[in-house]
Design a protein around this ligand. Structure first.
Ligand SMILES: NC(=O)C1=CN([C@@H]2O[C@H](COP(=O)(O)OP(=O)(O)OC[C@H]3O[C@@H](n4cnc5c(N)ncnc54)[C@H](OP(=O)(O)O)[C@@H]3O)[C@@H](O)[C@H]2O)C=CC1
Ligand SMILES: CC(C)(CO)C(=O)C(=O)O
Length: 285
């Protein structure tokens, strides 16, 4: 996603540096984004945590598990008040920013774009989607949003980013862990009678937690919306299943884990989600 977003901002005239893990292959590079519309390229400066230039604006495109380590390594280079935009899936990483970087405005990006890496700095933009950017603290749309809205991606400002994130998280909680455990494509959750019942039970629990957490819209629509996403993405392997197949740590702690910590705060039990968290965590070990 980092290569896709960097190329989008570059296409709108922005200057982009990629902060990679050391050691750096070079100090300059070129991103290639393949898609059905043809190839796009974007020249970038390559940098790592040992660099010295000051960071005016930070876009974090790691997996949720890596956010805090990645940002902690470069936090000393942030200009005072530099905005930080977090593009990872899931929820539950904002507390760290409130604690460690309270003077930096935090924004979140919720994206349904689809992209995967073919080689270093070379990606395939496999599916066009929409990206919502918003401020969990309720800040107004910043000037730099223009770099995104002027790009080739479909980007919109979202005033209620918390709600949008919760809704996406709820859908992921109902689909991703089951597909990872049963190693099936999303559509199997509607075809297999046993899995169908489990999806319904997961949605029942999500609905109760959502209502208590103040997300009444999600509580009311989660069964229908999950069925719609399963039908619309029937041939997909969920991101969690892809992580399991590739032997990567999943983002379960920031998806089901966040639902469960919200439930616990509200004294609600969600036993099926608890069981799935444990089972997927065992896969991660
Ligand atoms: N790909 C997609 O289509 C979509 C992804 N998302 C979400 O976006 C997020 C990113 O996904 P995706 O781009 O696919 O993930 P990738 O694993 O492809 O990319 C994550 C990148 O983060 C880098 N990274 C991790 N830790 C550090 C660190 N400490 N310092 C510097 N770089 C670091 C990794 O580097 P290295 O290569 O060295 O490991 C890797 O290049 C996830 O939360 C995902 O769920 C959301 C919608 C769609
Ligand atoms: C919507 C869904 C389930 C599509 O596969 C997804 O967001 C994911 O895989 O993480």
């Amino acid at each position: 996603m980092g290569c896709l977003f960097a190329t989008a901002i570059g296409s709108a005239g922005g200057r982009v540096s990629l902060l990679l893990r050391p050691p750096l292959p070079a100090t300059r590079g070129e991103i290639t984004v393949e898609s059905v519309e043809g190839n796009r390229t974007c020249p970038v400066t390559l940098d790592d945590q040992n660099g010295t230039s000051r960071i005016e604006q930070l876009l974090v495109c790691t997996k949720a598990n890596d956010i805090t380590d990645a940002v902690a390594g470069i936090a000393h280079r942030l200009k005072p008040g530099a905005p930080i935009l977090l593009a990872a899936n899931g929820m539950g990483y904002l507390d760290w920013f409130d604690r460690e970087l309270p003077d930096h405005p935090i924004y979140c990006c919720l994206s349904t774009e689809g992209a995967y890496r073919i080689a270093p700095l070379h990606i395939r933009h496999a599916g066009r989607g929409r990206s919502l950017i918003g401020s969990p603290a309720g800040l107004p749309a910043p000037d730099w949003l223009q770099d995104w809205t002027a790009s080739f991606l479909d980007v919109q400002w979202e005033n209620a980013i918390n709600r949008a994130q919760w809704h996406k998280l709820a859908i992921n909680c109902a689909i991703n862990p089951l597909t990872a455990l049963y190693r099936c494509r999303n559509g199997e959750l509607a075809r297999n009678e046993v899995l169908k019942v489990l999806v319904e039970q997961l949605c029942d629990e999500i609905s109760i937690v959502s209502a208590a957490a103040g997300f009444g819209d999600t509580a009311a629509t989660i069964h229908r919306d999950v069925a719609g996403v399963i039908a619309g993405t029937a041939a997909n392997r969920s991101s969690m299943l892809q992580d399991v197949i590739a032997g990567r740590t999943t983002e379960i702690n920031f998806i089901t884990g966040y639902l469960l910590s919200t439930a616990e705060r509200l004294n609600i039990d969600a036993p099926l989600h608890r069981q799935l968290l444990q089972q997927v965590t065992e896969l991660d070990l």
